[in-house]
Design a binder for this molecule. Structure first.
Ligand code: NCD
Length: 314
């Protein structure tokens, strides 16, 4: 078993990680510093620690997930926790049980941490009021996805050294994206300038009040950017027609080798996944290791989630 110094949970901080909006810059930096120490461990041959030995972590995923669910699973196991991932498709919810009844049932089994992904904005906040363990938000509706923003920040810091002073473009379905919202809060907090780019129908009203510049034109929005974050069209959250066609969307908002030239010469490309190749991104560009940080984002996601579990679990 590998060893690591014993560090206490974040002091004087809330017990739950529900979003970036209510996170202090001190907490955000503490998580990022802690996560850095796990990158090396995860690349080594002995990855197991006993920091959370004796603790029980329940992952409750009400929406499909590949990256987030598997990395929370691995993160808990690498810290020595007993991890149970519940497939909510098979749960009593199918029999009409409410989220709160499910939460009370699980709470009676004395978990120490519940990681929740839910289609309703605010579900993790509600849960945190009903249980007496740590709650970590793994994505709620279109509201927040704090650990995604934190892993994006760590990936940028790993490559560029710092976030302060960078110009970051977030491009695509801003309206329905919790990843966009959490990244806007975090990148602003860490001193970046943020541009958002989307067709008018996918741009939330009042977005400029979040401290970003908004563009409906890729050329203008990407100008001078160090980082380009692409987002998937969140079709599952769309009711009605937001776009004429996917082909037209790709033509105007898909990131291609031609359009990425509007950004800085050494710009780097990010995407939270899952990618829809040929819809928001050119397939060769997505795999170009000189430009794309997509695999690094997935790798560092485990380190960030280990840091969150360690720091928030009391
Ligand atoms: C994102 C999500 O679920 O919000 N994916 C992820 O967590 N890696 C983005 C998306 O689904 O498009």
């Amino acid at each position: 078993m590998a060893t690591v110094k014993k560090v206490s949970a974040i002091k004087n901080s809330p017990q739950h990680l529900l979003g970036i909006q209510n996170l202090s810059i001190i907490e955000a930096k503490r998580i990022l510093t802690e996560a850095k120490s796990f990158i090396k461990l995860n690349r080594g041959s002995s990855k197991k620690l006993d920091i959370l030995r004796g603790k029980t972590q329940i992952n409750l995923f009400f929406e499909p997930s590949t990256r987030t669910q598997s990395s929370f699973d691995l993160a808990g196991k690498r810290l020595g926790a007993d991890v149970m991932t519940m497939n909510m498709g098979n749960s009593a919810l199918k029999k009409g049980e409410t989220l709160i009844d499910t939460a009370m049932t699980l709470n009676a089994m004395h978990p120490d941490i519940i990681v929740i992904r839910h289609q309703d904005s605010g579900a993790p906040n509600l849960l945190s009021q009903k249980v007496n363990c740590t709650v970590i938000n793994a994505g709620d509706g279109r509201r927040e996805h704090p650990t995604q923003a934190l892993l994006d920040a760590l990936t940028i810091i790993n490559r560029k050294g710092n976030i302060e002073g960078l110009k970051i473009a977030i491009c695509g379905d801003i309206l329905h994206s919790r990843v966009a919202r959490s990244n806007i809060y975090l990148m602003n907090m860490l001193g970046a300038e943020v541009n958002v780019i989307a067709p008018k129908t996918l741009m939330p009203k009042g977005i400029d009040n979040l401290g970003v510049k908004s563009f409906t034109d890729m050329k203008k929005g990407l100008d001078g950017c160090d980082i380009v974050m692409m987002l998937r069209l969140q079709n599952e959250r769309m009711q009605g027609s937001f776009l004429p066609s996917k082909r037209e969307y790709y033509e105007f908002f898909g990131l291609t080798p031609e359009k990425i030239k509007f950004a800085k010469k050494d710009t780097l490309l990010m995407h939270p996944g899952p990618m829809n190749r040929g819809v928001e991104i050119d397939t060769k560009l997505a795999d170009d290791i000189n430009v794309s940080l997509v695999k690094e984002q997935v790798e560092l996601g485990v380190a960030v989630r280990m840091a969150c579990l360690k720091l928030y679990c009391k």
